[in-house]
Structures are given as C-alpha cells and as structure tokens.
Ligand binder design. Structure first.
Ligand SMILES: O=C(O)CCC(=O)C(=O)O
Ligand SMILES: [Fe+2]
Length: 327
C-alpha cells in the first residue's frame, strides 16, 4: 500500500472553502455545492494527489489502497464524537472542514453515492461506537471484531471504492486490509468460490438480519479476463445448506485473508481510500468510553459506474433505493 502526503496549499484551500457551509447533512444542494468546490480546489492546488487518485481508480496502485496523510484535524472545532449516526447527532454548527477534505478526494475517485437503507441515505456517514451496538458486526460496533468484508456485498450496486477519514483514532482499533491479489487459494478453492454456492446475508446496518439464509445467493469471487473481484461479508455469509465443499472453501478463504492482512492504525487526519472490489477490510475490537472522545470516522462510498444504479435512484440523485428484487 502506498502513502501519499496531501499538498499543504490544497488543505488550506479546502479549509477556507468550508467556512460557513452549513447544512450539508440535511440539504442535497448544499452537499453538491461543497463537493463541486472541493474537487475543483484539489484539482487546482494538488495535481499530484489527483494523479495518484486517478491511478488508484484505474487499479494501478499496489494493494488497491492509498493512505493520504498531511491533514490536521482541529479537534476542538469538531466537538464531541457523535453518539449516533442519525441526523440529530451531527453537529451542523461547525464548518465542514473534514467533510470538504474527504469529498475532494472521494469525489475525484468517482461518484459519491449512498444506499437509502443504510444510515437513512446519509452521503457522509459518521461512524463511531454506539451504545448497545458493542458486539454487533457493524461499523458502529466496538468490543467485537468486525470480520473481513466488502461493503454492501449483498447488493449488485456495491461500491467500487470506499473513503474513510479518521477524525479521531483509537490505538486499539486497527483497520485491516486484505488485498485480494495477496489472498492465496488453491485452484480448486478458487473455482468453488467463483460458483454461486454461497448465501450473502444483509447486515444489520442495512436493515437486514445478518443471517445468511435471509440473504441472496451468489459467488464470493468473480470477474472475467484475469480480473479477480471479491464480494463477501464474513459476518453474514455461509455456504448454501448442505454444501460442505463450499463451506470448507469459505473457511480456507478466511484463513487466506488472515494471512494477507495489512493492519493500519488510523490516526486523526488520515484518509484511506480502498478498492472495495479488490480489498477486504476488517476492524479489530476496542473499548468505547462514550465520553465524547471515542474513535470517529467519516465514511463515503463511491462508484465508477453511476449508470448501473440509475434506475434505483428514484427519490434523490445520489441515493440508491432498495432493489425491487428484495435485496
Ligand atoms: O472502523 C473501521 O476501521 C472500518 C469500519 C468499516 O468496516 C467501515 O467503515 O466500513
Ligand atoms: Fe466496512
């Protein structure tokens, strides 16, 4: 994985343009305005970063991930870590400096979008430990390990890329990445994992039960002409009932992902972009304090192919409604 430092001039420009832009969480026009200004500022002030993001989006960076550094979060200005993802917990009285920085990079990689079923269609998701979710396999969990997954694996419109900006870190919470090219499998397991012998449950953060049997059937690996893509959430997936061969292949896949593990302890200001079709991710457990200083990430999902979900964006231009097939 490569690390790339953002240009100070771009960071200054992003922080200046964020001033006074309130309401991006409740008003799609305000969100779009900030996104357009932020990507334009990055293009003007930091062509090196734009070039790195273009390479990332073209799958031309090692391990399908880039860690961007150099951004300093003004902790006082950010206020308390939100106690929940709902709109009421988002502090709308501060200038959205972290958001402008995240949008500049993510919006250069592709089209930022959201799922209606996740965090009520929030286009920027504030992810922090939530009371009662401690052992849930969701981003707002904490004490339980969040196992290997790709985002929204059950949905055909799953994001191509994910952007995570760390507002506040936690020394114990490592974000782990397993680039699929490093996941070594036997040819036989590779073949089995490419067959639709698996059930992909819908995670609780998306309003599902998390149980494989309530989900959709499909493969774990896919892609033609030498492409190797992955879609799976190990907390919610299983082989179809009675298919012991597929169950064993899935267990070996998990071990192979562990062996490919790259751990990143995100620190305040770090911004991680990874390829959601080529990289599994996970998070180690940590202890929440619920005192306003807990770990806090801002997350966006991105696609390189907005047209694929155009028919499902019936209410808001960036928000993909549930699949009519019941996904
Ligand atoms: O908390 C993390 O580091 C990653 C959590 C996660 O899986 C996500 O935000 O998609
Ligand atoms: Fe995730």
């Amino acid at each position: 994985m490569i690390t790339h430092a953002l240009a100070p001039a771009a960071l200054d420009a992003l922080s200046a343009l964020a001033v006074g832009r309130r309401g991006i969480y409740r008003d799609d026009a305000a969100f779009d305005d900030l996104l357009a200004s932020a990507t334009a500022a990055l293009a003007a002030e930091d062509p090196d970063t734009v070039a790195v993001i273009r390479r990332f989006a073209a799958a031309d960076v090692p391990d399908g991930a880039v860690l961007f550094t150099g951004f300093t979060v003004d902790q006082e200005q950010m206020g308390r870590t939100p106690e929940g993802w709902q709109l009421e917990f988002q502090n709308q009285d501060r200038d959205p400096v972290t958001e402008a920085t995240l949008l500049a990079l993510a919006g250069t990689a592709g089209e930022i979008f959201a799922f209606a079923r996740q965090h009520a269609g929030a286009q920027i998701q504030n992810v922090a430990p939530v009371k009662g979710h401690e052992y849930d396999a969701v981003g707002t969990g904490s004490r339980g390990l969040l196992d290997w997954h790709t985002e929204d694996a059950f949905d055909d419109a799953h994001p191509h890329y994910v952007g995570l900006l760390c507002v506040r870190g936690d020394v114990n919470a490592d974000t782990a990445l397993a680039p699929i090219d490093r996941v070594v499998l036997s040819p036989e397991d590779e073949r089995i994992l490419r067959e639709p012998r698996f059930l992909h449950g819908i995670d609780k953060a998306s309003g599902g039960t998390g149980r494989p049997e309530d989900g959709v059937r499909g493969p774990v690996l896919y892609g033609e002409d030498g492409e190797r893509f992955v879609r799976v959430d190990m907390d919610c997936a299983a082989a179809v009932e009675g298919d012991e061969e597929a169950a064993a292949a899935l267990r070996r896949f998990h071990d192979a992902a562990d062996a490919a593990r790259i751990a990143v302890n995100l620190k305040a200001g770090d911004l991680l972009l990874f390829d959601n079709r080529r990289v599994l991710h996970a998070r180690t457990s940590f202890e929440p304090r619920y005192d306003g200083t807990d770990r806090w990430l801002q997350r966006v999902i991105i696609t390189g192919d907005p047209g694929a979900s155009a028919g499902r964006r019936t209410r808001r231009p960036r928000v993909v409604e549930n699949d009519p097939a019941g996904q």
